[in-house]
Design a protein around this ligand. Structure first.
Ligand SMILES: *Cc1c(COP(=O)(O)O)cnc(C)c1O
Length: 418
């Protein structure tokens, strides 16, 4: 089959296949209706209590506080960690901006730690190097990208050595485990999300998880406007309106029994892709197969360097030159879009974002960036996150995708390498 016009080689799928869309099961509406009928149309109620209980039971943490979003939970975590104006904070570089922005809400200064190839998460070697450069840092924010746990033991060992607090961003990894223990329990303050595209959803919502009772009480207070015990509105501290709605909690409550089902569907999707791409010059988003069980939230592809055609990206646009036997994320994403399937580039690393370009970025290699942040060339693999961004993409990973639809998607991707 000719490579040319690869995007026109299939009739579009009848139904759009999304990257990852909400999957409802029916019980959600029951609990939402219950909130309505009992008139708990508020940020208190049975659904909230139950969702907090279910989360602690599933994840294995002592306390959970249901909040309006994962971002709000990360903001609370950054406050709990005591980040103040000017404080440097180490954080994952290849992640969604919500991992990092809450550091800025508190006036902190994010310092980005490069990713590693084994799990695509924070590189403990680069983290160790960063503590050598900035020994004063006391807080580290670690994300588990696409549902695959990072190198938790190694990261914890480095943080323990330097007495740093860990904030674990498990927004994408609910249900994933590391050495048999769920993500969302390894940090001092941990975060999950129920955003619409996550493994289970409330349409929105998030949670802060911790084993620290005092911290849990603080978040309950801060997230409800920091009201003191008094007959009137009495305030000693800055407050936030960050609690989850009891209606949203009803959706989450209805979703919870389906978490494992969603994970097994996502796992089957990952495996089918892996099998389908077996003899192509690619790898899938990797994980530590001995110690980890991911939640397989998104399946991703990384094109081997020798199979990459020429692709250039400026801030907001991209171009490529189609080449026989080679392809690139842009070509594949165009082919997918033409067949009515949604893929997405890898999350663009934070150190490449205009708003964070002047922040420090620490890689395990000796080179890095100049003061004006120009990339120092000639050092292969010294910017792992950028490399994965350039060669990688997220594949349609919706758990409602049929085997037939996925087979077509696999076939069109294979033809991109033709
Ligand atoms: C989705 C996500 C968040 C934010 O969660 P929201 O509930 O959307 O605010 C934070 N970090 C990561 C890595 C995410 O993917």
């Amino acid at each position: 089959m000719l490579k040319e016009n690869v995007e026109k080689q299939f009739a579009p799928l009848e139904k759009k296949v999304w990257l990852s869309s909400p999957t409802m099961h029916g019980e959600e509406i029951k609990y939402m209706k219950e909130a309505y009928e009992t008139n708990w149309m508020s940020t208190v109620g049975a659904n909230i209590n139950e969702v907090e209980r279910l989360t602690c039971e599933k994840v294995g943490c002592k306390y959970s506080i249901a909040l309006a979003s994962g971002t709000a939970a990360l903001h609370m975590a950054v406050k709990l960690a005591g980040v103040k104006t000017g404080d440097k904070v180490f954080c994952s570089d290849m992640t969604f901006a919500a991992t990092v922005n809450p550091i800025m809400y508190e006036g902190g200064v994010p310092i980005f730690i490069d990713a590693e190839y084994d799990t695509w998460n924070m590189d403990p070697v680069a983290l160790k190097k960063a503590f050598g450069l900035y020994p004063e840092v006391k807080v580290v924010v670690v994300a588990h990208l696409y549902g695959s746990p990072g190198k938790i033991d190694e990261i914890k060992a480095v943080c323990d050595k330097y007495g740093a607090v860990i904030i674990e961003d498990a927004a994408e990894s609910l249900g994933a485990s590391y050495k048999g223990v769920q993500t969302g329990t390894f940090g001092n303050y941990n975060v999950i999300s129920f955003n619409g595209n996550k493994i289970i959803t409330g349409s929105s919502g998030g949670m802060l998880l911790t084993d620290d009772q005092e911290a849990a009480n603080k978040v309950r207070k801060w997230s409800t406007q920091s009201r003191e015990t008094a007959p009137w509105y009495q305030h000693e501290e800055l407050g936030y309106n960050y609690r989850m709605s009891n209606v949203i909690a009803g959706v989450v409550r209805g979703q919870f029994p389906y978490l494992e089902e969603h994970i097994s569907q996502k796992k089957a999707i990952y495996k089918r892709y892996k099998e389908g791409f077996k003899n192509l010059s690619v790898t899938m988003n990797p994980f530590d197969e001995t110690n980890c069980e991911p939640n397989y939230w998104l399946s991703c592809l990384l094109i081997n360097p020798e199979a990459m055609c020429k692709q250039v990206r400026n801030e907001c646009e991209t171009l490529y030159i189609s080449e026989q036997g080679k392809t690139c994320p842009t070509e594949i994403l165009e082919a997918l879009a033409a067949m009515n399937a949604e893929g997405r580039p890898i999350w663009k690393p934070m150190h490449m974002q205009p708003m964070y370009r002047m922040n420090a970025f620490v890689t395990r290699g000796s080179s890095g960036r100049t003061k004006t942040n120009a990339y120092i060339a000639g050092c292969e693999k010294c910017d792992v996150a950028m490399d994965i961004f350039e060669r990688g993409l997220c594949l349609p990973s919706d758990n409602k995708m049929t085997v037939q639809e996925q087979d077509k998607i696999i076939e069109i991707i294979r033809r991109c390498f033709g």
